[in-house]
Design a protein around this ligand. Structure first.
Ligand code: PMP
Length: 358
């Protein structure tokens, strides 16, 4: 039986990338050893590192005045690294609280300066993205923080506020899924374990002028300058994860790049939302304009039926569909690597379940 994994992260990786990793596992390109066993100072590893950076740059169209860093500690560590590096002028920052992780980022920042929640969608359990105008944010902030895709609630930004201050974005759950202009952001960060690689690196893309003026209390290993000056090798990087990221990026390139993968993501999510919207049993409560292409939460009318659905889905090879406890029900995470066949299988199963239970 084919198993489709709808986990929110760590999540499905491209099969093609896994097959290459399997083939190269014991003997990476004639070196006689695995990438896992290789010194990060070795030539073959340096080539992986450089190619991975170059492909990120190419696929995301990253301008030369941005540094690309491979950090660790997950996106959560960035919730503190960001204020520690950027709250260096007025000491003020504004946050848009559009989900659980956005709220956590805001809460963690408070320790380091005058940070406020400028806009929130908590009033409706984060089922929309609040709109903004010229007066939504303070004028003298050091940065504005947003979360492009809200993994738990299944919402996403379609455009971003234009502010004088650097815009900082947590793209953990939708980086590489759609095209965007890097220039509109001062800093972009993303944990690896959804669209990039297995867990273990956090990608940070930061404009050069924002590096090098951290708060005096900023630990050396949170300082972007440490990573920028040492090619992200000031200590041992998660070499195998960076290798897996390279394989994922090669896979994306082979499909035609981000615009091609975005078309696939639109198709996958549209057929699922269309089915849910026409269903008599399943509902999705996100305002349609803000629906995520990556995370699709849905419920049946009762908790008992949700539990039954999850149990039967698992038996049918459709796994890790349980929704986050803040939303309940189900959540299908359909990142880049989820094939359309997986989404079609899920819809077919939902159809059968609906017939049997309504
Ligand atoms: N931000 C977002 C949008 C997330 O979805 C997650 C977790 N999946 C995090 C931050 C936290 O990431 P990590 O577990 O890598 O620290």
């Amino acid at each position: 039986m084919t198993v489709y994994n709808f986990a929110a992260g760590p999540s499905t990786l491209p099969k093609q990338a896994l097959l290459i990793a399997q083939k190269e596992l014991l003997d990476y390109k004639g070196t006689g050893i695995s990438v896992m066993e290789m010194s990060h100072r070795s030539k073959p590893y340096q080539m992986i590192h450089d190619e991975c950076k170059a492909l990120f740059k190419e696929l995301l169209n990253i301008p030369d005045n941005y540094k690309l860093l491979f950090m660790t500690g997950g996106a959560t560590t960035q919730f503190e690294a960001i204020p520690l590096n950027l709250l260096n002028n007025s000491g003020k920052a504004d946050y848009m609280v559009t989900g659980n992780f956005a709220e956590k980022a805001f809460k963690f920042s408070k320790k380091y300066g005058d940070t406020v929640c400028a806009l929130s969608s908590k009033d409706k359990n984060f089922t929309y993205i609040p709109t903004w105008d010229n007066n939504s944010f303070r004028e003298d902030i050091d940065y504005l923080h947003v979360t492009s895709n809200n993994t738990i609630f299944g919402t996403k930004f379609n455009s971003y506020p234009k502010v004088a201050a650097p815009l900082v974005v947590d793209m953990s759950s939708n980086i590489l899924s759609e095209e965007f202009d890097v220039n509109q952001f001062g800093l972009i960060y993303a944990g690896a374990q959804k669209n990039i690689a297995p867990a273990g690196i956090t990608l940070v893309i930061v404009r050069e002028d924002l590096i090098g003026n951290p708060l005096p209390t900023c630990p050396v290993m949170f300082d972007y300058k440490t990573f920028a000056d040492n090619d992200s090798m000031s200590n041992t990087p998660p070499t195998f994860v960076i290798y897996m990221a390279l394989l994922t990026l090669k896979w994306i390139k082979s499909l035609g790049g981000i615009s091609a993968i975005n078309k696939m993501n639109i198709e996958k999510s549209s057929i699922l939302y269309d089915f849910i919207d026409n269903s008599k049993l399943f509902t999705n409560s996100v305002q349609p304009d803000y629906r995520s292409l990556m995370n699709v939460p849905f419920v049946t009318p009762s908790k008992e039926l949700d539990a039954e659905f999850l149990a039967q889905a698992t038996v049918n090879g459709l796994i890790t569909l349980k929704g986050h406890k803040l939303v309940g029900g189900m959540r299908a995470s359909i990142y880049n690597a989820m094939p359309i066949e997986g989404v079609k299988s899920l819809i077919n199963f939902m159809k059968k379940f609906e017939l049997a239970n309504s």
